[in-house]
Design a protein around this ligand. Structure first.
Ligand code: ZN
Length: 290
């Protein structure tokens, strides 16, 4: 599932190709809908409009148009956005050339596409059809429930130790669950929360109230550090994620614990374990993490 580093990598690659470009065509397969607008009004809302800004709120991707509307895409578990050349063939959107990365099997579930004046398409490939696309007035975004409830952003100046501590200590749940809760801290998903806990030497099932000041300090330090490192490398691919230029996020090579059950810890050689917390599998080293 795309987490914050994957979302930011996507934005970085999309921006130069689609900002200030006119949308010349909108394509949807017959099951995909844009929420909030009727199928009839899709063209009048999107075609001939320009994208002014590409940005994100947590894992939501936002595309501001020059008609005071914003297109919002949440990629969910298997969705990812791609950039490339496509052609419409028998009502399907197909890669323009057979040799391109767009033919990678995970890129073949095209549900939605926008064509721009430079002939590039931005498309959404989503094998499980869970991604959501919404169009709404830009001015209404700050009133959305997920925006109002958004937690602390580790990559902004709100990220101070007092803010972090105050936010975390309001809850007495397991630290793994807290790190996954977007209304507490935004941006971490299953992969980076496990990696943060490994670097912070804390077992995932620990309750927040049991954390020592030194452990809180380590969490405070490693949350933004690990996110920034992953952003630099282009994110992590575990299953279906691809960057818009079709690459695999290579942070997967740097993972210490996530997905490595029954393999030896890279540091102490102890065999790594997994545990289910609130329905989510968490990987950890019982020896390095206390
Ligand atoms: Zn270890």
């Amino acid at each position: 599932m795309p987490e914050l580093p994957e979302v930011l990598t996507t934005i970085k690659q999309l921006k130069p190709k689609i900002t200030n470009r006119k949308i010349t065509h909108v394509w949807l397969d017959n099951k995909t809908k844009i929420e909030n607008i009727t199928t009839k009004s899709i063209s009048s809302n999107l075609v001939n409009k320009k994208i002014d800004q590409v940005w994100n709120i947590g894992k939501y991707l936002l595309f501001n148009l020059n008609n005071q509307q914003t297109l919002i895409i949440h990629q969910k578990i298997s969705g990812h956005l791609l950039l490339g050349k496509f052609i419409i063939k028998k009502r399907y959107l197909k890669p323009a050339t057979s040799s391109s990365y767009l033919n990678d099997p995970v890129n073949r579930f095209i549900r939605f596409g926008l064509k721009f004046s430079n002939n590039y398409w931005m498309v959404l490939s989503d094998s499980r059809r869970l991604a959501r696309i919404t169009l709404m007035p830009t001015k209404d975004i700050k009133q959305l429930k997920f925006v109002l409830q958004m937690g602390l952003n580790p990559l902004t100046k709100q990220w101070t130790f007092p803010n972090f501590k105050k936010q975390l200590l309001k809850h007495n749940i397991s630290i793994k669950t807290a790190l996954l809760s977007q209304n507490i801290i935004m941006g971490l998903g299953n992969i980076y929360s496990d990696e943060v806990l490994f670097k912070s030497k804390i077992q995932p099932q620990r309750k927040i109230s049991t954390l020592k000041p030194s452990e809180l300090k380590r969490l405070f330090k490693f949350i933004p550090l690990i996110l920034k490192r992953a952003i630099k490398i282009g994110g992590t691919t575990f299953a279906t994620y691809r960057t818009p230029d079709g690459k695999i996020g290579s942070y997967v090579n740097f993972l210490n614990v996530y997905g490595r059950k029954n393999q030896p810890c890279k540091f102490c050689k102890y065999i790594l374990q997994s545990i289910k917390i609130n329905g989510r599998t968490s990987y950890f080293c019982k020896h390095c993490q206390k």
